[in-house]
Design a protein around this ligand. Sequence first.
Ligand code: HEC
Ligand code: HEC
Ligand code: HEC
Ligand code: HEC
Length: 211
Amino acid sequence: MKKVITLLCLITICTSAWAVSVLNSKHNLSVTGPGDIKATSETRVCIFCHSSHNTSNEGPLWNHETSNSKAQTYQRSTMDSKAEQPNGATKLCLSCHDGTIAVGAIKGVTRPIKMNNVGPGGEIPVSKSSNVGLDLSGTHPVSVKYEQSLALTDNHLRWPPQDPEKIVGTDADGYVQCTACHDPHDDSKSEKYPFWNKSTFDAVCVSCHSY
Ligand code: HEC
Ligand code: HEC
Ligand code: HEC
Ligand code: HEC
């Protein structure tokens, strides 16, 4: 409940460091955004992902249409775990990044918010590498339950995952999601890796893996 109140507060009245970091990133999809995919006139920033009412329970005050398209998950014989169909934050990310839904398709509107430089259905164009698609077999396993038994079977996984800054880890349900590596609100921590949770590549990996 506390989280929900904080979220409401942030979205409606308060200004925060977070709001500033979103503003300077490609996830500012409003007309003021720095990327080439942005609204033709919509000025609200958080609205593409969150709203204060009529939201779905798929994520924190989640306001974007989500996809139920089946994804090709990561499967290798070397895996001790099993990547499930996208759930949690991964499902939220894919609501834009699988390329099946318009970027401006928010809840409760009949027509998506009008965007510049999107594909014919308003989606992230297939020509862009940011259109990740539904084939996740080449992406680090996501929607994977990271349990102690898994860590014990796999010689290279830490238990529990540990990050002194408490940024990298599993979600509240114990799953590894896209957000293990990426912070959707901040694209300024690393110059090299987009929306990266840490300043270096390795700092993310070593929270869970040991070599
Ligand atoms: C492009 C999509 C996107 C935009 C735009 C966005 N967020 Fe989020 N936000 C997310 C996702 C995804 C999550 C869930 C993260 C998770 O589950 O780890 C989230 C979670 C949150 C949370 C819950 C705390 C947490 O980290 O779980 C707050 C608060 C929040 N966002 C505030 C904002 C505010 C304020 C804005 C506008 C300045 C904003 N967000 C814009 C995608 C977005
Ligand atoms: C509301 C739609 C939306 C949601 C939800 C969303 N994104 Fe994005 N994201 C975009 C758009 C649009 C871009 C800009 C793509 C481009 O210009 O190629 C982008 C850019 C990115 C980039 C940088 C790509 C680049 O080429 O620089 C990353 C990484 C990214 N998103 C990850 C995520 C992750 C992880 C989540 C979930 C936590 C997420 N996004 C949720 C719409 C979204
Ligand atoms: C284990 C870490 C990790 C996870 C988990 C992860 N990514 Fe990434 N992602 C990266 C790295 C590293 C890059 C930089 C490009 C590269 O080297 O492949 C990247 C790049 C991207 C880009 C930019 C386009 C591109 O391909 O270069 C997008 C968009 C993106 N990721 C979205 C996602 C989404 C959506 C998920 C969940 C389905 C996800 N990522 C899960 C590490 C991760
Ligand atoms: C939040 C924890 C977490 C983070 C962060 C993370 N991983 Fe993973 N990674 C896992 C889990 C869990 C698996 C599944 C292991 C298994 O089932 O054998 C995995 C699997 C892998 C695999 C595939 C192993 C196989 O058997 O096919 C590679 C490679 C990998 N991770 C590399 C990385 C790299 C590189 C980074 C940093 C960019 C990273 N991981 C970040 C938890 C994480």
